[in-house]
Design a protein around this ligand. Structure first.
Ligand SMILES: [Zn+2]
Length: 224
């Protein structure tokens, strides 16, 4: 398996990029790996890179994007921050990945049993973490399924998973709303964006198809 080149990257559509990730995750859960020579890939990409996707995921040690999607060097941009939240620096990184480096797909990847989400559910306050977790709070408040106030905390795993899904969806929307550059690229069909959730127990990634935004009409529906 060779590293991507400008030629291979330019033939990849957003839908094809999504397919690559789905196939990679299928290999991961089947304990199969594409045979790659990483040293060769390092050599092939020593001067430039043409990754087909950019993945915003959590720092959690069990959810490394390259591993769970079975990708090699030069295949994907990986942005990692606790709770896969969005800030200005992350927006800049996403714009670089798509507009400058040619990636075709943005994935916001959350995961089950996320410590950051649990912290937000429990309203933890500690040092700089307080500000980070405040970015997840809107998803906590948006959760309406759990009426019993005594069950709105990290001990209730169903509540945690609901907040996790809401947080993924909020990050997808925030990325479109906060970047004119990316919104334009989506409207033109040059890139697409989707949310996904990695199940730590099974290894499988569930793509949240209702978060897929790939053209003008979809942008309007998502942001309205
Ligand atoms: Zn996490």
């Amino acid at each position: 398996m060779k590293a991507h080149t400008l030629e291979t990257q330019s033939t990849i559509t957003p839908a094809k990029a999504l397919e690559f990730l789905k196939q990679g995750n299928e290999r991961f859960v089947s304990n199969l790996k594409i045979n790659r020579n990483l040293l060769q890939q390092a050599n092939d990409t020593r001067e430039n890179q043409w990754p087909f996707a950019v993945i915003l995921s959590c720092i959690d040690s069990r959810t490394s994007a390259e591993l769970i999607f079975d990708q090699g060097l030069g295949d994907i941009f990986s942005i990692r921050i606790a709770g896969n939240v969005v800030n200005t620096d992350i927006m800049g990184s996403l714009e670089f990945a798509c507009k400058i480096a040619g990636s075709k797909l943005i994935v916001v990847l959350g995961h089950t049993n996320c410590g950051a989400i649990k912290g937000a559910c429990d309203h933890v306050e500690m040092g700089n973490l307080t500000e980070l977790l405040s970015k997840i709070q809107p998803a906590v408040y948006e959760e309406r399924m759990t009426a019993d106030i005594s069950k709105r905390n990290s001990k209730n795993l169903e509540f945690v998973e609901n907040v996790t899904s809401l947080n993924i969806k909020r990050s997808v929307k925030a990325i479109i709303n906060r970047s004119y550059i990316l919104e334009q690229m989506i409207e033109k069909g040059e890139i697409a964006i989707i949310g996904a959730k990695h199940n730590l127990e099974t290894g499988s990634v569930e793509f949240l198809e209702d978060t897929w935004v790939s053209n003008k009409k979809a942008v309007k529906t998502q942001t309205s």
